[in-house]
Ligand binder design. Structure first.
Ligand SMILES: NC(=O)c1ccc[n+]([C@@H]2O[C@H](COP(=O)([O-])OP(=O)(O)OC[C@H]3O[C@@H](n4cnc5c(N)ncnc54)[C@H](O)[C@@H]3O)[C@@H](O)[C@H]2O)c1
Length: 354
């Protein structure tokens, strides 16, 4: 039997990832809801979705819907996720989990209380190279991983709109891009618990216009309903995160910076027996018979969003726990908010275990 799902928020990520992902996974998309009626109707038309709503509560009131995707701006994640769980739906919530640790913790508690799945949309875990490297790491080939260097940095790629307004997003590239690589590498490390963070954030660009960017921006800006000039978040951050197993992660995230590449996502993981890098291609660095070796591992080009959604649909069908849980979401939220706190205070901040 196909799983019946709903999509709340009919904007860009719903259109590019969730609607096609559910179709590919064989789920039945029963309804979509968006404050902007035409957007919901257009998504419905393009993906043969029978019902549209402007009030997400009406979608949640449908008894035939078993699971929903939350594809709304970050400031609405907590309210809609909790309402969906309490309405008896399993939830796939887009990243970041929320804007604050308090919000994320309330969402975790709602999933525990209702017994419904709350999976986080950490799509980078589902990349082919990440899944293969995870296998290599789980086999013990790298040994204990003690140092990770990662980043998600852009030359000019600020997603103007609600993304650049703190009240609606919770923060800038830390919460939009850093979240991806922090989660992806912590997952590869075996999800150690964060214990402290030392970070700096900068705002050097703010709003700008360029002749040749086609950057991601909110649907409201894309459709000319909002100017996108409001900007009160950072546009670059750098942080050092310590974990309870003694490992350290150094991470950078930017929407705008004067670098040579257009868009760069990288990760390098150092283990006591071997190291690995994801870019430009998955490679394991070690030593054999007194010689240094570089082992390249073939990867396939697969859509990480589609894999993430297939995994969610399977978890709903089988009643299994997803690989990216609500608890992971809260721990990542602790790191994100500690980065802002550390940058504000100008010193290292501690993180208490949940
Ligand atoms: N995983 C990824 O790679 C990825 C990429 C982009 C965005 N995202 C996340 O997806 C979420 C949405 O981002 P987007 O780029 O699609 O933004 P968007 O602005 O294009 O779309 C958001 C939609 O939500 C609607 N909305 C707002 N409040 C609502 C409400 N109360 N009820 C119903 N609809 C409401 C808006 O009208 C809009 O159509 C964000 O949390 C973002 O961080 C994830």
């Amino acid at each position: 039997m196909a799983v019946n799902v709903g999509i709340i928020g009919s904007g860009l990520i719903a259109r590019l990832a969730h609607a096609p992902g559910y179709q590919k996974a064989g789920a039945n998309i029963v309804a979509t809801a968006d404050l902007v009626e035409d957007r919901a109707k257009q998504l419905a038309e393009d993906f043969s979705i029978a019902h549209t709503y402007t009030d997400y509560r009406e979608l949640l009131a449908r008894p035939d819907i078993e699971a929903v995707s939350i594809c709304v701006p970050n400031y609405m994640h907590k309210e809609i996720t909790i309402a969906a769980l309490e309405a008896g739906k399993h939830v796939l919530c887009e990243k970041p989990m929320a804007m604050t640790v308090e919000e994320a913790t309330a969402m975790l508690h709602a999933s525990e209380k209702t017994g419904k799945i709350l999976m986080l949309g950490f799509n980078n875990r589902f990349r082919s190279d990440v899944q293969r490297l995870k296998k290599v790491i789980d086999s013990g080939e790298l040994g204990d991983i003690y140092y990770v260097k990662t980043g998600y940095i852009r030359r000019r790629g600020t997603p103007f709109g609600w993304f650049t307004v703190k009240e609606e997003s919770g923060g800038g590239p830390v919460i939009d891009l850093g979240v991806h690589v922090i989660d992806m590498t912590r997952y590869l490390m075996g999800n150690p618990k964060p214990v402290s963070v030392m970070a700096s954030t900068y705002r050097k660009f703010g709003h700008y216009t360029l002749m040749d960017t086609d950057a991601w921006c909110s649907s409201d800006v894309k459709e000319g309903l909002r100017t996108g000039e409001q900007f009160d978040v950072e546009d670059l951050a750098t942080a050092m995160i310590r974990f309870d197993n003694g490992a350290t992660m150094v991470v950078e995230a930017s929407w705008a910076s004067n670098i040579g590449e257009r868009d760069s996502v990288y990760a390098s993981l150092l283990g006591e027996k071997a190291g690995a890098q994801l870019t430009p291609e998955l490679t394991v660095f070690s030593e054999q018979d007194g010689m240094l070796t570089d082992k390249k591992i073939n990867t396939v080009n697969r859509n990480a969003h589609a894999e993430e959604i297939k995994h969610f649909v399977n978890c709903v069908k089988e009643g299994t726990t997803p690989i990216s849980t609500a608890r992971h979401g809260v721990e990542i939220q602790q790191i994100l908010n500690a980065i802002y706190e550390s940058a504000k205070l100008g010193r290292s901040v501690d993180i208490q275990s949940i």
